[in-house]
Design a protein around this ligand. Structure first.
Ligand SMILES: [Zn+2]
Length: 179
């Protein structure tokens, strides 16, 4: 999995976690995180590209996963401000809707290919989506992902496929801004 894909998966995790974080924010960002990250073998890792601290861990299947730290687990202060959003294009609600409508009618990859041709790329290792809710154990499921990049200036369409190439879901993923 390359860094961009890791970044995107973290982005998905943020959106899942946003609804869970309701801690009051304090004015001064935590400076302890820096110390934790500097410790050898620490699960807390600083990512310069996004100015974020992550908790990294190994999944049962050997894959690597990370959770973005929004508040310090020790003192509760806010983590430094993430610049992740500035790295990606802004996808308007209208564009998101347009792409969902464009791809939402297809039930299988075959049908998508009839209209749009071969995928522009594949997410090599697929993606594993963890689903959290209050009552069940977190579940992790893996999907192959076909990526269509030429359908929008600002976003790629990621199509999650079941083993028989039927479509499990569609994700509209903002493109990385050109540097
Ligand atoms: Zn702290």
């Amino acid at each position: 999995m390359n860094n961009r894909h890791k970044c995107i998966i973290a982005l998905i995790l943020i959106s899942i976690c946003t609804s869970l974080s309701s801690v009051n924010s304090s004015e001064i960002p935590c400076t302890d995180l820096q110390k934790y990250a500097a410790e050898k073998g620490s699960p807390i890792v600083y990512e310069e590209e996004t100015n974020e601290y992550h908790i990294k861990y190994k999944q049962e299947n050997g894959g690597e996963s990370s959770i973005i730290i929004r508040y310090c687990p020790s003192c509760g202060a806010e983590a430094p401000k993430s610049i992740r959003e500035s790295l990606f294009c802004k996808v308007s609600e209208a564009e998101d809707k347009r792409l969902n409508a464009l791809f939402g009618k297809f039930k299988s990859l075959e049908k998508v290919k009839e209209k749009f041709g071969e995928p522009d790329s594949w997410s090599k290792s697929g993606i594993s989506i963890s689903i959290f809710n209050a009552t069940e154990k977190p579940q992790s499921k893996e999907f192959k992902v076909a990526i269509f990049s030429k359908v929008s200036e600002v976003a790629d369409v990621w199509i999650e496929l079941n083993n028989d190439n039927t479509i499990h879901g569609i994700m509209i993923i903002p493109k990385e801004k050109k540097k």
